[in-house]
Design a protein around this ligand. Structure first.
Ligand SMILES: Nc1nc2c(c(=O)[nH]1)N[C@H]1C(S)=C(S)[C@@H](COP(=O)(O)O)O[C@H]1N2
Ligand SMILES: [Mo]
Length: 363
């Protein structure tokens, strides 16, 4: 395993912490339509568990305790589908917050897209009239302050089974068996939701008649804005990322993101800028860029999304003059949600989709 700060391979993810494994994707690698294992960000709260795929069993438990078990072969024999899904950690953008809350120090690379193969969750569940939630248990365990040793567990409201696209139980990623660090052999994938909902190393699914109150449901992954009501982290907020400015592919070859101390040097004249954008509600309907820090905006050309909530590409030609100071990109979705120009500060540092700012030096 590489050390903190090093990249795993020469062109792979950047390790944020090695145990548990947390690694982010350099922006240069997000230009590809999907990220292969080793290039897709990794977020784990506990050490990676080992699961023997041959002995693997997924327990599906009804509220009365009736249990069905699925082996990996049982799952693979059910009618499967493959869907492209963009995942994003709710903590992505946390290092832009001041003061920076505790938690994994993501810059903007806590996201990525992959093709997942599996079945809709509903296909594995018994018919139960009065269940209110579905609780998912991962095989990973560890200490949580005030809770002792616990498993990673999260729940979804029962109506999420009817969402389109629906939550999936998956065992394949990008045409290969699901890699261990991404939850292999079997995980949940919940399109449109911050990826904390997508429980890895899935070993148990339980239908329950009362809301689940575990650690990762009621204490972590909550928005706690000062002076406001808390609310659970759910759908991804809209975000646009700039990936390329003229000839500069951001974070290519291990080069850091431009900042005030090391602005991006570009020449005046016509410059093509491109990036990606996604949202967990509706679809992306506008991406704009500004060269004056957010006072005036130019509309970009946005490709239609290949599927709901999957990151799409945008591109624009800009006339850069000597007085350009900062490149800013912002996305708006069809529900009218727009990226804020200032931080969304909250105690645990989730959902900070403030605009990306790239200081420029025009010369
Ligand atoms: N069992 C388990 N599932 C988990 C987690 C975890 O720590 N344990 N982390 C969640 C979080 S916070 C994120 S962002 C995604 C990351 O998925 P990835 O590592 O495949 O990118 O997994 C989610 N599922
Ligand atoms: Mo996350």
């Amino acid at each position: 395993m590489a050390d903190v700060g090093e990249t795993k391979e020469s062109v792979g993810v950047r390790i944020v912490t090695s145990s548990p494994l947390n690694a982010e994707t350099p922006l240069a690698l997000l230009a590809a339509p999907i990220q292969e294992a080793g290039r897709l960000y990794v977020r784990s709260n506990f050490p990676t568990p080992t699961i023997d795929p041959v002995r693997y069993a997924l327990e599906v438990v009804a509220p009365d305790g009736a249990t069905r078990r699925f082996s990996l072969d049982d799952l693979r024999e059910t009618a499967s589908l493959t869907r492209t899904v963009t995942l994003e950690c709710a903590g992505n953008g946390r290092t832009l917050l001041d003061p920076q809350p505790p938690g994994t120090a993501w810059t903007l690379g806590g996201t990525g897209t992959a093709n997942f193969t599996g079945v809709p969750l509903a296909a594995l569940l018994p018919d139960v009239d009065d269940a209110v939630e579905v609780v998912f248990t991962g095989a990973d365990r560890g200490e949580a302050e005030g809770w002792g040793e616990i498993s990673f567990q999260r729940s979804l409201p029962i109506d999420s089974l009817r969402h389109d696209p629906a939550p999936m139980v998956v065992w394949g990623m990008n045409g290969e068996p699901l890699p261990l660090e991404h939850g292999g052999p079997v995980r949940l994938v919940v399109p449109g939701w911050y990826a904390v909902a997508s429980v890895k190393w899935l070993i148990r699914i339980e239908l329950v008649r009362t809301p689940f109150e575990g650690c990762f449901q009621t204490e972590r992954y909550l928005y706690l804005p000062p002076g406001e009501e808390s609310s659970p982290v759910r759908r991804m907020r809209p975000r646009a990322l700039v990936l390329r400015v003229g000839d500069h592919l951001l974070e290519a070859d291990g080069i850091s993101l431009p900042d005030a101390a090391a602005p991006l040097a570009i020449s005046p004249g016509r410059v093509s800028v491109e990036g990606i954008a996604w949202t967990g509600t509706g679809s992306i309907d506008l991406v704009e860029v500004s060269l004056d820090g957010g006072t005036t905006w130019a509309v970009t050309e946005v490709e239609p999304e290949s599927a709901p909530h999957v990151r799409t590409r945008w591109q624009v030609e800009l006339d850069v003059t000597d007085d350009a100071t900062e490149l800013v990109a912002r996305a708006r979705d069809s529900e009218g949600q727009i990226q804020p120009l200032t931080s969304f500060w909250n105690e645990l540092g989730y959902g900070n989709n403030e605009v990306q700012r790239i200081p420029l030096e025009v010369r």
